[in-house]
Design a protein around this ligand. Sequence first.
Ligand SMILES: [Zn+2]
Length: 396
Amino acid sequence: MMNRRQFVSAAAAGAAMFARIPHAFAQTYELIIKGGRVIDPSIGLDATRDVAIAGGRIVAVEPNIAASAPDVIDARGKIVAPGLIDIHTHAGRSKEGPPLALQDGVTGWVDAGSGGADNIDQVAAVARGAPQIGRVLVNISRSGVVSPAGELHDINLANVALARGAIARHRDVVVGVKARMSENVADTNDLEALRRAQEAAAPFNLPVMIHVGQNFSPMRAILPLLKRGDIVTHMYAPPPNSILDDQGRLYPDVAAARRRGVIFDFGNGINGHFTWDMVERTMKQGFRPDTFSTDWSVASKTTGVVDFPNVMSKFLMFGMSVSQIIACATVNAARVFPAFDDRGTLNVGAPADVAIMELRDGAFEFVDNYKSKRTGKQCLFPIATVLNGKRIPARA
Ligand SMILES: [Zn+2]
């Protein structure tokens, strides 16, 4: 039988053994991000922390990790967030897109309908070759996006059998179906195009993303065709047929759609997709985006969409906190598509995708899709990205 003294010394030996464990782990860290303001809304964290990475995963998030690693990022004065997830891009249009987005902190993206049945193979190939997780929505029009002419003027292009074939060929990267509903894309075919998008998606149990704004049909006719998990992008598109009535009040149908699980996404874009007035009026009624997205392509990077952190920063002007805007671009976005299930978080054990950004104070000019300017007091800038535990430098 063990007497009290033996027991104490056995416990002490145990404690000493445990005390050595962190040190043993420390020697295997591959990267430590030191001293940043870690903002991880998935676990409600906003504090100065070190983040240690090994084997491509987050292994510790603690106030002071006293260890060395082959790579150390000094993040003092910077924001350390989960890698950003951009659910509405056109990154799949060219193989230059995904690496450019990665430099902006985007460690996961969805190409929203660049390709339809006739040209999805190329978009899917770009997604498969991307350094980060790239996924694709199949356009219900077999032609994919035709801009500016519009791909749904001829409803026969919305071919359900061909769209299903495209999904079946690319189950590894296709995560949904896209329908662009604006009158300049679809004429009076918006509702029929959406019905066909749902029909194509149904056997695969996939969501549909609709692009709204200046559609022929009103929101109250469109929303009943959406199911839980579907996404409305360009939520702040101005009239005709916006989410606000003639008096600027949010339609009750819109709030009801959110309550039953329809997701509302910002979708910055460059043309016709948002006005400051729409954002302001809607935000004042408490109807915020679930997710942000850029709607950028390599081409629009030079003509309006600067980068994802810049798009996120616009909402600081409308009363959202830094933590709230990061939530929209990380954990909220990750919940939209199962492909991002284990992303959007810096929780221990998660794949080590990290966006390091700087929140600068000053006077920053932001432009809406109608060339109207607003000046914000703060803006996020991409500084560095970590993908699967490896550092990728930001663009110059
Ligand atoms: Zn788009």
